[in-house]
Design a protein around this ligand. Structure first.
Ligand code: SF4
Length: 282
């Protein structure tokens, strides 16, 4: 055992939306005799996905890949309205595991009427962003991926309304809000990241300056895991995202006395604990 210490940020790990999705899919798996299809992933964690596949879940990218009438689960990131409609047309038996906060964001997008412009701070290609865009009540939709991108919006916007993907950086979201207000003083800016993401980022910001190395437990395709790593890095600390204890190497830990540990909202407790042990023992 080394004399290294590992300090775990609090809170970290599962949020209520992820717990809700996992509870729902357990119910479906228990109650279903046939195959269970998961549309576009349940949550962004490789271990959880591998476990669900091993238990017979079939992951599909498009509704059209799912046989009519099949048991289907929508993931925590939500789906566009057209996908909900296509699932109904196909007679799929749907369990919607979208996080209630993502649902609220979709409803907020649907309330942005045709006379306004929806400006969404988010990452292109992320399923949550596609789901929210797919509920917009206006066709005038603009995605900004950074505060700097606000300068590239057309000057002709009349009533921009800013919404924010739930798992982005709080600091960046505030900068986007300010940049939009500066450019369009009448802009409405009700959007913000979700509270679970905010609290996890805040805990990393408090802990990271006390550490020689910061480790975030989570998968590379998890948006909130990447944001936690960036928050630690912004505190001037070397920060890495690790999906497995096997990725902990002696080189990573050379000269390190204090390691900060956090985890994405989609990272199971067992994975956090396995990493903690590896960081202490290797
Ligand atoms: S990170 Fe926030 S929005 Fe996403 S699933 Fe968790 S609680 Fe819901």
């Amino acid at each position: 055992m080394s004399n290294r210490q590992v300090i775990t940020a609090s809170p970290c790990g599962f949020c209520s939306g992820v717990r809700n999705a996992l509870t729902l899919i357990e119910k479906v798996l228990t109650g279903s005799s046939g195959p269970v299809y998961v549309l576009r992933g349940l949550i962004h964690n490789s271990g959880v996905t591998a476990d669900l596949k091993a238990r017979g879940c079939i992951f599909a990218d498009r509704v059209e890949e799912i046989p009519p009438g099949a048991e289907t689960v929508f993931g925590a990131h939500g789906v566009p309205a057209r996908v909900e409609a296509a699932a109904r047309e196909r007679g799929l038996r749907v369990t919607d595991a979208s996080c209630p906060l993502v649902k609220q964001l979709q409803q907020a997008a649907s309330r942005v009427g045709p006379e306004k412009e929806l400006v969404l701070f988010g990452h292109r290609g992320h399923p949550e962003l596609e789901g929210v865009l797919g509920h917009a009540g206006t066709e005038k939709v603009f995605v900004v991926e950074s505060p700097a991108a606000v300068a590239e919006l057309p000057g002709s916007l009349r009533h921009p309304v800013l919404l924010v993907q739930t798992t982005l950086s709080h600091v960046e979201a505030e900068k986007v809000k300010q940049a939009l207000k500066n450019r369009f003083p009448g802009a409405e800016t009700p959007g913000s990241i979700c509270r679970a993401s905010f609290l996890r980022q805040q805990a990393v910001r408090e802990l990271a300056p006390k550490c020689d190395l910061f480790v975030v437990a989570g998968s590379a395709h998890s948006s909130n895991a990447n944001r936690l790593r960036e928050v630690a890095e912004s505190c001037g600390v070397r920060a890495v995202l690790l999906d497995s204890p096997d990725e902990v190497t002696p080189e990573l830990l050379r000269g390190v006395k204090t390691v900060g540990l956090s985890a994405a909202a989609s990272t199971p407790e067992s994975q956090i604990e396995a990493l903690r042990r590896a960081l202490l023992e290797k």
